[in-house]
Design a protein around this ligand. Structure first.
Ligand SMILES: *Cc1c(COP(=O)(O)O)cnc(C)c1O
Length: 330
């Protein structure tokens, strides 16, 4: 029996419009002839074209403001949705924003990168270092300039960020009868969403299975990502309960849909994006939600999910990257 502590969330700053809608995807359900499919529209969080990072940034940037910081540094790929939402939030909150992006300056600026620039972020190109390896160096430079910088980790996936998805679990349960849900399917990549949803499920005592679709597996350290989600979930568990401990069995993370690697669009992603756009008028993205939806479609076709199930697809956003991938999508 889990003994709950008094639920206390940290301070947050309002950046989005919540609750995001929950709707049934009737035409997609009909087309696939499998379980009922519902969607949680976190692509509509309202901050600068939306996405799951808005929920994390509400807690993380409240912490930055409380510490009196004037500058934010974070990192990601050139088409990072996390960086775009961070840049927009910084504009709103009057914080300088420094983005450490993988790759080199492209010939044509498009998608999320275009938006980063419109929000006034300073871009540092980091070559192969797309996960914040260069942040310490830039942190020192900014301090030497007299700035008071705050580091937001890659993907906003720390304890503060993951709170956003504990709160999101509560939000969902006020919108629908979650006891009727069999699965929640979502893209899992830096871990904050996954850890927050795991914790939310236990804290609010829900029965559905969380099915994370791994987007970005390291070939050199294949277990590193799952381990990091577990560490994050367990670090947070102590805030909510005296005896809640997650083990590797509590973490469902599918490695079946990694295809060509991070950010590589294949036929499965392409089909998922086209299907959901043409049947539902909803945009998925080429890197995360297109891949996660391709996983869901495959699990339906291979009967890992059946007509008796009721599945919620957590749409984590990402559509601005579609424009960068335009040549590969049609
Ligand atoms: C960042 C991101 C994810 C993954 O969320 P994590 O919390 O980093 O695992 C999924 N979808 C989109 C569109 C994202 O930008």
């Amino acid at each position: 029996m889990m003994t709950s502590k008094l639920l206390q969330f940290p301070e947050k700053v309002s950046l989005g419009f919540f609750p995001t809608p929950v709707v049934k995807l009737a035409r997609l359900t009909n087309y696939l002839k499998g379980p009922e499919i519902w969607v949680k529209r976190d692509d509509l969080t309202g901050l600068a074209l939306g996405g799951n990072k808005t929920r994390k940034l509400e807690y993380i940037l409240a912490h930055a403001l409380a510490k009196g910081c004037d500058t934010v540094i974070t990192a990601g790929a050139a088409q990072s949705n996390h960086c775009r939402q961070t840049a927009a939030a910084c504009a709103q909150l009057n914080l300088d924003c420094h983005l450490v992006l993988g790759g080199k300056p492209p010939a044509e600026v498009n998608g999320n990168l275009l938006l980063d620039k419109l929000f006034g972020a300073t871009i540092h190109w980091a070559g192969v270092h797309r996960k914040g390896e260069d942040i310490p160096k830039i942190l020192e430079q900014l301090k030497a300039q007299g700035k008071n910088p705050y580091v937001v980790p890659y993907g906003g996936s720390n304890e503060m960020g993951a709170y956003g998805f504990v709160a999101a679990t509560q939000e969902l349960s006020m919108q629908m009868d979650v006891s009727k849900l069999s699965h929640i399917v979502f893209a899992s990549s830096s871990g904050g969403t996954h850890a927050g949803l795991m914790l939310g499920k236990e804290v609010y005592k829900h029965e559905y299975q969380l099915l994370g679709i791994n987007i970005d597996k390291s070939e050199s350290e294949p277990d590193a990502y799952a381990d990091s989600v577990l560490v994050l979930a367990n670090n947070m568990a102590g805030y909510f309960s005296n005896d809640l401990v997650f083990t590797r069995d509590d973490l469902v993370l599918s490695d079946d849909y990694l295809a060509g690697g991070y950010g590589v669009v294949g036929t499965a992603e392409k089909e998922a994006i086209s299907l959901v756009a043409s049947l539902e008028g909803i945009l998925l993205d080429p890197v995360y939600t297109g891949r996660a939806m391709a996983g869901l479609i495959d699990m339906i076709r291979t009967q890992k999910l059946s007509k008796d199930d009721k599945v919620l697809f957590w749409h984590t956003g990402g559509a601005p990257a579609l424009f960068e991938y335009s040549h590969q999508l049609i």
